[in-house]
Design a protein around this ligand. Structure first.
Ligand code: SF4
Length: 423
């Protein structure tokens, strides 16, 4: 499930799915990595325009238990190995920021896993280490986001996080229906989101996002209307919506294999997606990316950097990085990552140099995900005219943007346009 773009506190955090598996299901919960732009006519690589603006992702893998739908790279721990983990992050930062002074980071994103499980002390210590890393500086106006599970957001913790520099929280609410929360194996109750938002705002954190999941089994008797209304009643600045998908190596995957549960049919998935669009845009949110809504000025700068193909550095187990031309990823599991960083080794797990074909496909896919859309070329004209006729796209000047109905067909439309541009 993850459109994933925003988070995983909820569990939707930083998925870096490749375009190759960009199926509709992936779009439900995953966030694509950024990719460099390519000249759509000549297929020639163009250096990213924001190369000087760096973004940092920190993966904090710890969770109290695995949520029923989650297939993220997590480490379930009753007791968080705080010192060990922060020492590991510190060691990796040294190996990754060893080329001297770089531009100040304009966004920092703590995803997971459950970053809020580091507690007030852990986050304070983590930022002390970050700020003491040679070559790493954080811009004064940087967006610093942390994914948080609702039950961790106490007044004391929120105050310490704000003091450390956190100025945006992404809260994994998922639902306001207690039966559904239990089914998801969530560790918070219905009221925890409200309590957490009050604590965060009291501490001065005034940019708050909420995650919700739709397309849930009807047996749960969860009302999508009610969950959307509850979310709005808390006055969030940003909302991320993820459609449930069944991943094989999860509790949900096992339940599905036994025939006890099934994914929602496409019709209900589409109906709930479109209902949310109408509901939230009527309430003043902009549907600025296929799975993300924001009040004016509150779009996620960090995730927008992925969709805008900016370079970013990822630190921590499973974290991905992108330098404008190639992508690398760290050891996925906590222990192999820890062993490498504690030996002062680069914890790299693999890397790939993007081909022109990769770049073209990602350029199209990422462009169509957002309200910014994609510049239209002469070869697209006929196809886009059909999309417009079907109500799937609109043309604004020289850019094409998908409508919500188009976003429901994102993978197919992106594949079609990629094929046309490849010839
Ligand atoms: S198990 Fe952890 S990472 Fe996965 S959804 Fe739950 S809180 Fe998020």
């Amino acid at each position: 499930m993850q459109f994933k773009a925003e988070n995983c506190s909820s569990q939707l955090s930083t998925a870096y799915g490749g375009l190759s598996d960009a199926r509709l299901e992936d779009f439900r919960l995953k966030t694509l990595t950024a990719a460099p732009a390519v000249d759509s006519v000549s297929n020639r690589y163009i250096a990213p325009t924001q190369a000087a603006k760096l973004h940092l992702y920190l993966h904090i893998p710890f969770c109290a238990r695995r949520c029923s739908y989650c297939d993220f790279a997590i480490a379930v721990r009753r007791v968080i190995p705080l010192s060990e983990f922060i020492d590991g992050i510190t060691a990796e930062l040294k190996t990754r920021f060893n080329d001297g002074e770089i531009e100040p980071l304009t966004t920092v994103y703590l995803g997971g896993g459950t970053p809020s499980k580091l507690g007030p002390t852990g986050i304070r210590q983590l930022f002390e280490r970050l700020r003491n890393t040679p070559g790493l500086t954080i811009a004064e106006d940087a967006e610093i986001t942390m994914e948080a599970n609702p039950e961790d957001i106490t007044p004391e913790a929120a105050a310490e996080w704000a003091q450390a520099g956190i100025n945006r929280l992404s809260i994994g609410a998922q639902s306001f229906h207690s039966v559904t929360l239990a089914w998801m194996h969530r560790t918070h109750d219905v009221d925890a989101v409200h309590r957490g938002m009050i604590a965060a705002r009291t501490a001065g954190i005034n940019n708050i996002s909420i995650d919700l999941i739709f397309a849930l089994p009807t047996d749960l008797e969860r009302s999508w209307d009610s969950d959307l209304s509850m979310a709005l009643s808390l006055h969030p600045d940003h909302i991320s919506l993820y459609g449930l998908t069944v991943e094989p190596h999860t509790p949900l995957g096992r339940w599905a294999a036994r025939g006890e549960v099934a994914e929602a049919p496409e019709e209900r998935y589409a109906a709930e997606f479109l209902k949310a669009h109408k509901f939230l845009t009527t309430a003043g949110f902009e549907h600025y990316e296929v799975s993300n809504y924001a009040k004016s000025g509150k779009t996620s700068r960090h995730n927008s950097s992925y969709w805008g193909r900016s370079p970013y550095i990822g630190v921590g187990p499973s974290a991905h990085s992108f330098d404008g031309a190639s992508r690398r990823w760290n050891e996925r599991e906590y222990e192999p990552w820890r062993v490498k960083v504690s030996a002062a080794e680069d914890p790299i797990g693999g890397s790939e140099l993007l081909t022109a074909a990769n770049v073209l496909a990602e350029d199209v896919y990422l462009g169509l995900r957002t309200m910014n859309g994609l510049p239209v070329t002469i070869v697209d004209t006929e196809t886009i005219a059909i999309w417009q006729k079907n109500g799937w796209a609109v043309l604004r000047k020289d850019r094409v943007t998908l409508t919500p109905e188009g976003w429901l067909r994102l993978d197919g439309l992106a594949a079609a346009l990629t094929a046309i541009r490849s010839h």
